[in-house]
Write a protein that binds this ligand. Structure first.
Ligand code: C5P
Length: 425
């Protein structure tokens, strides 16, 4: 796997016990084909020696802004120009604050100011430091400038507490970086103009099929692969949104920056959505939810005996409608997979489910199976002025980005008098 071949990555390491993981991260980036140069803050050097990184990367480690020897070899401006991307891992609360305020009193902060390469940060700190309004504000400022956040994750922390603020594992940071750089290279990822488009939005997205058990070994489901919903979640993160993805059983990895909740049945999906809808500004229901489930799931495997058998099914809850009919509801986007009269059926659903927008795809086009495919095309409808926009056929990543551009325009156009202070509709 050489997904980072020819990439020159400037790895910034700042203070914190998680700095030891950066040594493994440097190794993983090199394994993926990158050339890595390391810049360490003074705080980082209290936790790990520059020599470790020098030995791992085969390059001298940069620590000082005003070191005549280092400037003679590769000055800080050359170093800034050298980088295809800057990754700071771990990024301490102090580093985020200094970046947000444009400090240039040490080498790493100066490099960040002097470079126009994409900047990614993988924060690591105590959970209360991460939740502190000062840090939250600094992160919002950085995200609004297009800085990409990789994590943090949840879990046990070195301080003995448990919560959000943990550095993601080196492999997850590497994979997230690869995914985002690939999107940039393919032009699928947010451009500088779109990087801020969904900044501050909190998206809740469902994706994939649901599975309804018949007995301990069998189930009812459908062909949904989850690819469209995952592509939307990833494109939204790249546009600055924070994303919670409720995923049915699918065989896909999500960008670690996405908060992912795995579910199996429609009932579980409904519970996960309802537990997370409060605070969400947008709900995008991409999941192909099974319409029916067994009236009674058998405890034991059903034996074959008769030539025919009947299963008694009951309707599943409509998850999208459960959200769209909430008193305080997010902006609601539905999907409609239609085999005929696409516009009429999609508009009927838009009205019946009380949606703000619906994205319809024609699932019966020859050569366009949609389910499981890597490509898609959508027709998007919204109520005002019978609004409609066609998104031409493209990769699901391209279609996802185009859909979010339409969404961002509709969000901006939605009546502000209908919006409370938290941005909810
Ligand atoms: O009614 P229909 O299944 O065609 O509607 C499709 C839309 O409704 C999709 O956005 C789908 O995610 C959502 N849906 C749902 N819960 C259901 C059925 C559909 O959220 N039980």
């Amino acid at each position: 796997m050489h997904a980072l071949k020819n990439k020159r990555i400037l790895l910034g390491v700042t203070g914190g016990i998680a700095a030891y993981k950066s040594a493994i991260l440097a190794r993983r980036l090199i394994d993926a084909g990158a050339t890595v140069r390391v810049v360490m803050s003074a705080g980082a050097q209290a936790f790990i020696q520059p020599l470790t990184f020098q030995a791992l990367t085969g390059n001298p480690v940069h620590t000082d802004l005003l070191d005549p020897a280092a400037e003679a070899a590769m000055g800080h401006i050359e170093l800034a120009r050298w980088a295809d991307c800057i990754l700071i891992a771990p990024a301490s609360a102090n580093t985020l604050a200094r970046l947000a305020h444009g400090f240039a009193d040490d080498l790493l902060s100066t490099l960040c100011l002097a470079s126009d390469a994409p900047l990614f940060v993988a924060p690591a700190m105590n959970r209360l430091m991460w939740q502190n309004p000062a840090t939250v504000h600094n992160c919002e400022v950085l995200a609004s400038r297009g800085v990409g956040f990789i994590g943090p994750g949840d879990g046990a922390q070195a301080c003995g507490e448990t919560g959000s603020g943990r550095l993601l594992e080196p492999e997850d940071i590497r994979d997230s970086l690869i995914a985002r750089l690939q999107q940039t290279d393919a032009g699928d990822r947010a451009t500088p103009d779109t990087r801020l488009l969904l900044n501050g939005q909190k998206l809740l997205i469902t994706a994939g099929p649901t599975r309804e058990a018949i007995d301990p070994v069998r189930f009812i489901s459908n062909h949904s692969s989850g690819k469209m919903g995952f592509a939307i979640a990833e494109a939204a993160v790249a546009m600055g949104a924070s994303v919670t993805l409720v995923a049915g059983p699918v065989n896909l990895q999500a960008d670690p920056a996405i908060r992912r909740i795995d579910v199996v049945s429609a009932d579980e999906m409904l519970s996960a959505v309802m537990d997370n809808v409060s605070g969400s500004t947008v709900f995008i229901s991409v999941a192909a939810v099974s319409d029916y489930r067994l009236e009674q799931v058998m405890d034991q495997k059903i034996k074959k005996s008769q030539d025919q058998m009947q299963l008694s099914l009951v309707r599943n809850p409509d998850i999208l409608k459960s959200v769209s009919t909430l008193e305080k509801r997010p902006f609601c986007v539905g999907f409609a997979a239609e085999t005929e009269n696409v516009e009429a059926h999609a508009r009927a659903k838009l009205q019946h489910k009380q949606l703000d927008m619906i994205a319809a795809n024609h699932v019966a086009q020859p050569g366009n199976p949609v389910f499981g495919s890597d490509t898609n095309a959508l027709d998007v409808y919204w109520p005002a002025d019978n609004g409609h926009e066609s998104i031409p056929s493209g990769s699901k990543q391209q279609v996802a980005q185009a859909l979010l551009l339409v969404l961002a325009r509709q969000l901006a156009a939605s009546d502000p008098s209908d919006t409370d202070a938290s941005g909810k509709h």
